[in-house]
Write a protein that binds this ligand. Sequence first.
Ligand SMILES: Cc1ncc(COP(=O)(O)O)c(C=O)c1O
Length: 373
Amino acid sequence: MEEIDRLLRADLRGATPYGAPQVDVPVRLNTNENPHPPSAELVAELAGAVGEAARAMNRYPDREAEALRSDLAGYLSRVTGQVVTGDMVWAANGSNEVLQQLLQAFGGPGRTALGFVPTYSMHQLIARGTGTEWLPVPRLDDFRLEPEQAALVVREHAPDIVFLCSPNNPTGTALGLEVVEAVYAATGGLVVVDEAYAEFSARPSVVGLLPGRPRLVVTRTMSKAFAFAAARLGYLAADPAVVSAVQLVRLPYHLSVLTQAAARAALGRADELLGSVAAVVGQRDRLVHEIRAMGLEVVDSDANFVLFGEFGDQHATWQGLLDRGVLVRDVGVPGWLRVTAGTEDETTAFLEALRAGLADAAPPDPDDGRMSA
Ligand SMILES: Cc1ncc(COP(=O)(O)O)c(C=O)c1O
């Protein structure tokens, strides 16, 4: 152990890996997945597509994933109204891998990446993994970002890469396009907008801002609204020069023929897969409404999860919910917990567990108005 520690990069010593708990409990609402599994017809279609692809298993897959990128471009053009072509799209094993490739190409030792915290924890972890210095900047009190404030901070720090996340994980807060415009204008670096949860939001996509902004990158995933997390497929849209740059660092044949085939089959049935979005959004709005009715705070959310609090000891509340069979996420924001919108039954189970936990807890402290649960 000590021997390995000595060999490990100094900047990784003592670090902890990404670790959303994978606990086997009846109700898992901690990793923002879509709770609706694929239909039997879709499973059959996926199996057919994967089976067909398996015939060529002796050969390496299309290294550039041309057909898949063209399908993704078609999907993005359709949902954003902005013409996106295959050469503007790059795909990898989850948007995490896309983000890692971006940092390998544009970050690295001696370079900096700035993010507005709290935000998606992997932005920091991928920065660390690639030797990129992480510059965390706190969000405004209610987790918002304002164009002038964000631009000011970016100008001051002059990072090589700025991460924006919209809707933001874990707060659910969506960004106005004016924030992206202001941040882009305030930096000569790369601006990466993580739109993993875009399909749950009614706001216009940042993809519409791509024309004339060669340093702007939008990352997306099929893990959330598409209900395709296990397949691992994420992608980016940007100027073709950004795609050429990530090709310098990607491993050859990184995207298996099975993944490419499955993703293409799923994209062919995008309307069916995205059909569950309305139900998920309905449960999200129910969460907001019912948690507020319990006297707690909930941050307005454009995603498939909500951040709720405030608790004197959020970890105790997290444990109390787990003891009642419901797994939510303690994202390390003091006082707050994050819960994913599940099926109607899962959401009901969570709300009942929360209600029961609050009833068991000591009454609110009149001095600070916080629940002591
Ligand atoms: C904001 C954000 N970006 C990216 C991801 C990664 O998604 P994936 O690697 O599954 O595409 C997540 C997953 O939770 C996320 O919350």
